[in-house]
Design a protein around this ligand. Structure first.
Ligand code: SF4
Length: 183
């Protein structure tokens, strides 16, 4: 499920992945880690797997949620969507093919504006510059049944051509973004 967000710079959160591991001092006050512990205690289904106590915590193991990938396809009204408010899409344990599915859904829903933040910009850059990843986005679109229907994801298209997507790095409470439509 998506949730209306209280974060001032977004409208909706979409979490096809939950959980993460601290990677830098910028993670010291990770709100998601704290919130996952509470959600686990409340019995929330997506937050029952525990992460490494040295870098993660209760309810915060990196977990992909196949059943959440399609959610934006059902939202007709345009929304600003914070992708993975409870994780980092480019965590090493999130498979390339799953990230490709997330990008395929973003490409198939140009009515929304997506915000993708990461503390792992190297992987983000490497994937977005990769022909193999672009092919995976096309394949994922086909598997999801959105590629041909939407007609927006030619097989050799680059994620940089995705409409209305912003990327950024998580910093100390700040939101840095590239220009819209410039991922
Ligand atoms: S990368 Fe983000 S989600 Fe992951 S631990 Fe750090 S602040 Fe939390």
């Amino acid at each position: 499920m998506s949730t209306a967000s209280k974060i001032e710079w977004t409208e909706t959160t979409w979490n096809p992945v939950t959980g993460c591991d601290r990677i830098s001092s910028g993670c010291d006050r990770c709100y998601a880690l704290t919130l996952a512990k509470r959600l686990k205690a409340m019995g929330s289904q997506k937050y029952q797997a525990d992460g490494d106590p040295r870098t993660s915590g209760p309810g915060f193991a990196v977990t992909v949620h196949e059943d959440a990938v399609r959610e934006p396809l059902r939202w007709r009204r345009p929304r600003v969507v914070f992708v993975n408010s409870m994780s980092d899409l480019f965590h090493a344990r999130v498979p390339d093919v799953f990230i490709a599915s997330v990008f395929a859904v973003m490409a198939a829903t140009p009515q929304h504006t997506y915000q993708v933040l990461t503390k792992r910009p190297r992987r983000m850059r490497a994937l977005l510059a990769s022909d193999a990843f672009c092919s995976r986005v096309g394949a994922a679109a086909g598997a999801l049944g959105v590629g041909t229907a939407a007609g927006r994801i030619p097989l050799n298209s680059r994620p940089s051509e995705l409409p209305r997507t912003r990327r950024g790095r998580r910093g100390r409470g700040e939101y840095k973004t590239a220009a819209p439509q410039a991922v």
